[in-house]
Design a protein around this ligand. Structure first.
Ligand code: PSU
Ligand code: MN
Length: 304
């Protein structure tokens, strides 16, 4: 039944069937998180990095009424051009499939599709979370619920300071999602190596993370985990500097009355403009680094 909605590339299906390492990649980061045509180069390079580590990349999207797992160059181009490409979170999935609309998958939806396909590991940039003033607006990303319910391990550089990082971590604790720092005690803040908030556990190598995930899923403890992988030191931006930039962007969004699913893409674009491309260079590097670590973990997992 579910299979009829999935369209998995032959290479990825074979890898899944043979228990080989596969790493899911999202498309919202392409369509709504990065400018064209730089995102095309990114989309290809991130896949090459996964391959170089010995895993198979599986970029996901919704195209032509199917949940696509593994995109052709033409399909990557469509996602990067992002003409009439919506941002698809869990609530949007059935609508997009039934009506044949093209959709970029968020962290939540990529996890959902990965899990339907049998993929356990996923690399992204940053996750969504509790927005600042979320206690008033109730703007809490569906990514957090997905992490609580769907068995996929997400490697990310934490979340951006556009969010309320403290409340995001509290929410994850309530939902039973382990937050593990990869070679760090500090939860990363996307462009910045440290957020000032601690992680629950620190892991020194991919093997222990693979073992933790296997143990969690063997026990039937549903849901994923967050692996917080800090941006490489040389690309990290200053926390206080980014705080100023982000506060100004949030102020702008409030004045324009931007809300809901549009707020994250608005802030991402505005921050990019006001840092004159500096943040974009960091964004690329942290995402590559996450692809590398997710691949290493999936390779270790495939050996268990
Ligand atoms: N944060 C980023 N870059 C991104 C996103 C979040 O730093 O590209 C995207 C991811 O796809 C994430 C989504 O799943 O935004 C969260 O959106 P929302 O807050 O509307 O749930
Ligand atoms: Mn939201």
């Amino acid at each position: 039944m579910k299979k009829e909605y999935l369209s998995i590339s032959e290479e990825i299906q074979t890898a899944i069937d043979e228990g080989k390492p596969v790493v899911a990649l999202e498309s919202t980061i392409l369509s709504h998180g990065m400018p064209y045509p730089q995102n095309v180069e990114f989309a290809h390079k991130v896949e090459e990095i996964v391959r170089a580590e010995g895993a198979i990349p599986a970029t996901t999207a919704i195209i032509g009424g199917k949940l696509k797992v593994g995109l052709t160059s033409e399909e990557l181009e469509i996602m990067c051009k992002a003409e009439n490409v919506g941002k698809v979170s869990r609530r949007d999935v059935a609508v997009y499939l039934a009506s044949g609309m093209t959709g970029a998958t968020t962290v939540a939806t990529t996890m959902l599709i990965a899990s339907l396909a049998g993929i356990r590991f996923f690399a992204t940039g940053g996750i969504g979370g509790v927005h600042r003033n979320g206690q008033e607006t109730m703007d809490i990303s569906a990514d957090l619920q997905e992490l609580a319910n769907t068995d996929v391990c997400v490697v990310c550089a934490g979340c951006k300071q556009i969010l309320d990082i403290g409340r995001t971590l509290e929410y994850l604790e309530t939902m039973g999602v382990p937050v593990i720092g990869y070679k760090t005690d500090d939860f990363p803040a996307f462009y910045c190596e440290k957020s000032g908030f601690g992680v629950d556990y620190r892991a020194e190598d991919p093997e222990i993370i693979a073992k933790i995930m296997k143990t969690k899923w063997d026990l039937g403890l549903k849901g994923g985990a967050i692996i917080g992988n800090p941006i490489p030191h040389e690309y990290g931006l200053d926390f206080d500097y980014m705080e100023k930039v982000i506060s100004a962007s949030i102020e702008k969004a409030n004045q324009k009355g931007i809300r809901g699913k549009n707020i994250t893409p608005f802030l991402l674009a505005d921050i990019k403009d006001s840092t004159g491309g500096e943040s974009f260079a960091s964004n690329l590097q942290l995402a590559y680094n996450n692809a590398r670590v997710a691949s290493k973990i999936s390779v270790a997992y495939s050996k268990l």
